[in-house]
Design a binder for this molecule. Structure first.
Ligand SMILES: Cc1cc2nc3c(=O)[nH]c(=O)nc-3n(C[C@H](O)[C@H](O)[C@H](O)COP(=O)(O)OP(=O)(O)OC[C@H]3O[C@@H](n4cnc5c(N)ncnc54)[C@H](O)[C@@H]3O)c2cc1C
Length: 391
């Protein structure tokens, strides 16, 4: 292809959502360029599959509210399961933080969210060591989605509406003339376009640089251990998160073949390892296993008495910005837009972010939700956002 109207760089869940929302608005010439030979090999295929409205900032809460509602009503089964998210606190300061967040979440319209005491926590998660837990928050509409399911849904519907996807096509540079985009140079040749949306996840910074834009998105390795429990886990086990350490666990699902894991003895656990420096390395590091077990052993015997399924442990990349919020919008180069830097929330926020960028491109601004606080400009004006409850 030599020319198209809109090029989307990156065929992960964000690029697919952008394509879906643009084509839903009637744009026909939408082309996704994906460097790998199939979709889902970036961060999307590595995600834990959590979705929650339990955030600190208005924008994250609103993005989640919109997206959870979208997942629930979508005429495509993306595996949305409202099993809840339980955050627990191990000191009063953390509990106060959760109390403030819950008040804000309620004021913005989050339903079925409450502060829970230690007794309730021990009932929600039988077998959890609650000795050092002082309370927590539980959001019943939070829960799980299948990241590859969401990706498939957006891609399939975007294609039905006319979008095209070229896999095995790596964008080498974004071409500009007189501060306007004119196309991209790829390993398959040049493709002209006057609108480009950069959705290349953790790999966005270098591409933005080719257009002369400094995009503060850094890759960070994040790992997950997959293990088998001795007894089946309760079928209603929520996502459980230690607010202080970030240690979390959930029952595991094979996103490629969700029915493959059916006996309830598969569990995922992880924590944000401070050793994870900025890097594009996605090899699973064995030394993570004892670190995560140290935390698991303290928290529950049913987690400690598990057997690691080494071939299912995985490592992927967070695409972090300095304030852990996404970058959604344009820049000083006419026709160049960013949908990046989700810092660990890209799957759950994909419905809101795809719609936002489609409205920004077609209408000049997002009107279903004001996302102006997520502009790239904030890093030069210093209007950074503040969110502590990222994991
Ligand atoms: C361990 C882990 C757990 C996570 N858990 C969750 C979770 O529970 N919930 C949640 O919402 N999020 C979670 N995330 C974050 C989530 O996975 C990401 O935010 C999301 O997948 C970002 O989607 P994306 O489409 O921007 O990126 P990606 O899925 O990485 O897609 C970007 C695509 O761009 C392609 N690309 C890159 N460079 C080029 C190029 N030059 N030319 C063409 N194509 C290119 C890549 O191949 C890739 O397919 C997790 C991430 C990790 C690593």
């Amino acid at each position: 292809m030599e020319k198209t109207e809109i090029i989307i760089i990156g065929g992960g869940v964000v690029g697919a959502s952008v394509a879906y929302h643009l084509t839903k608005r009637g744009v026909k010439d939408v082309l996704i360029l994906e460097k790998e030979n199939r979709q889902g090999l970036g961060s999307t295929g590595k995600a834990t599959g959590g979705v929650r409205a339990q955030f600190e900032t208005d924008i994250n809460i609103r993005m989640s509210l919109y997206s959870i509602d979208f997942f629930e009503r979508w005429d495509f089964d993306c595996g949305y399961e409202p099993r809840g998210y339980l955050f627990f606190a191990t000191d009063e300061k953390q509990l106060d933080y959760l109390r403030r967040n819950v008040e804000k979440q309620k004021s913005l319209g989050v339903k079925a969210i409450e502060i829970v005491n230690t007794q309730t926590i021990s009932e929600i998660v039988r077998g959890l060591n609650c000795e050092d837990i002082v309370g927590g928050s539980f959001g019943a509409n939070d829960g799980f989605i299948n990241p590859l399911g969401v990706l498939e849904g957006f891609t399939r519907k975007a294609r039905e509406n006319g979008a095209e996807i070229l896999t095995g096509t790596e964008v080498i540079s974004i071409e500009t003339r007189n501060d306007k985009v004119v196309g991209v140079k790829t390993n398959q040749g040049v493709i002209k376009a006057e609108t480009i949306v950069l959705c290349s996840g953790a790999w966005a910074k270098e591409l933005a640089k080719t257009a002369g834009v400094d995009l503060p998105v850094e890759p960070q390795k994040r790992q997950i251990v997959w293990a088998k429990t001795a007894e089946p886990l309760p079928s209603n086990l929520p996502m459980v998160i230690d607010l202080g350490s970030g240690f979390h666990f959930r029952s595991a699902v094979d996103f490629v073949n969700p029915s493959a894991v059916a006996d309830g003895t598969d569990v995922l656990f992880a924590f944000p390892d401070a050793d994870g420096k900025s890097s594009f390395d996605t090899n699973f590091d064995e030394s993570f296993i004892p670190k995560v077990y140290e935390r698991a052993k303290h928290r529950a015997a049913f987690l400690a008495e598990t057997t690691v399924v080494r071939e299912k442990c995985r490592a992927g990349l967070y695409e972090n910005t300095p304030d852990h919020h996404a970058i959604i919008g344009g820049c000083e180069i006419e026709g160049l837009y960013f949908c990046n830097g989700f810092s660990g929330h890209g799957v759950m926020h994909s419905p809101a972010s795809g719609r936002a960028i489609a409205e920004i491109i077609l209408d000049g601004k997002a009107s279903f939700l004001d996302v102006s606080c997520l502009s790239l400009e904030r890093f030069t004006t210093g209007e950074l956002l503040h969110e502590t409850s990222f994991i």
